[in-house]
Design a protein around this ligand. Structure first.
Ligand SMILES: [Zn+2]
Length: 281
């Protein structure tokens, strides 16, 4: 999440193809430039009469396994694209989506980071206006929590204790001024317990899940090779940056999360919106 400088969009359109993680259906996303101040919006091109869905907190309709935006017409699994845009400092985009879910690539944000890189960025004639906190704020639930502490820059520290019983807790950290989003956060993949994946499949979800699209965890540990010793915690940072980007503005804060997920990330973002920018601001 880049909190300073001027707003940016992409220099030229770019198309991303793949399959949805939960639907397994073919998914196509086309990223297009958007004017300064527009923010990010999703447009379902396969639905007649659909209007753009702003990537904003008030459009969140589900956070159970992925973030879903919209009303009767929805777009699902937006978090990795949102995170890539925030991580690379792309503020304004129109995303045309064919199908209800964004492509998942290899379960990380690399397809989006590569697409944004191929599209190139252009500076726009308007500054980014970060949200600045005057006091700490947090959201917690049943042994999980995420807090935001006032800070000069964006920073996130994430602790994960899930996984196989034998696995040690993981911690990862990202600082906007010192760390490279594309190299240290974007490659971290979605992860899941094999038992959970099987339960989701029974409900018709996780149809795009394979050892090519997730870091899978069995009772004795990882079933495929992790890309980082703390890949799970890095992926949580990836998700949280994407979820916080639904505020529409970057946040100057040190976020500290323990065992959190999309639901708590969005709850904290709503709290920040209410306390520090007010409704409709
Ligand atoms: Zn994710």
């Amino acid at each position: 999440m880049i909190t300073a400088g001027c707003q940016r969009t992409i220099a030229r359109p770019v198309t991303i193809r793949g399959a949805g993680l939960h639907s397994g259906a073919p998914a196509v996303a086309r990223l297009l430039p958007a004017p300064a101040g527009a923010g990010i919006a999703f447009l379902r091109t396969d639905v007649v009469g659909a209007t753009p869905i702003p990537a904003r907190l008030e459009e969140v309709v589900a956070t159970a396994r992925s973030v879903v935006l919209g009303g009767p017409v929805r777009v699902a699994t937006v978090e990795h694209l949102m995170s890539s845009a925030a991580g690379l400092g792309v503020d304004n985009l129109l995303v045309e989506v064919e199908g209800e879910e964004l492509p998942c690539g290899d379960g990380s944000a690399l397809i989006f980071v590569e697409a944004l890189g191929a599209a190139g960025t252009v500076d726009q004639d308007r500054p980014r206006v970060p949200i600045v906190l005057s006091e700490p704020v947090w959201a917690d639930e049943a042994g999980s929590m995420i807090a935001a502490l006032p800070a000069e820059r964006f920073q996130m520290t994430y602790v994960v204790t899930a996984g196989a019983a034998s696995m040690a807790p993981q911690m990862a950290e990202f600082r906007e001024d010192l760390d490279d989003f594309a190299g240290s956060i974007a490659p971290a993949r979605t992860w899941g317990m094999v038992t959970e994946i099987e339960a989701l499949r029974a409900q018709g979800m996780a149809r795009g899940v394979s050892l090519e699209t997730v870091l899978a965890i069995g009772p004795d540990g990882f079933l495929n090779e992790p890309r980082f010793p703390n890949e799970m915690a890095r992926h949580k940072i990836l998700d949280a940056i994407g979820d916080l980007a639904l505020l529409g503005r970057p946040v100057r804060a040190h976020f500290v999360a323990v065992r959190a997920g999309h639901g708590l990330h969005v709850a904290l973002a709503r709290e920040i919106e209410q306390r520090f920018i007010g409704r409709g601001a």
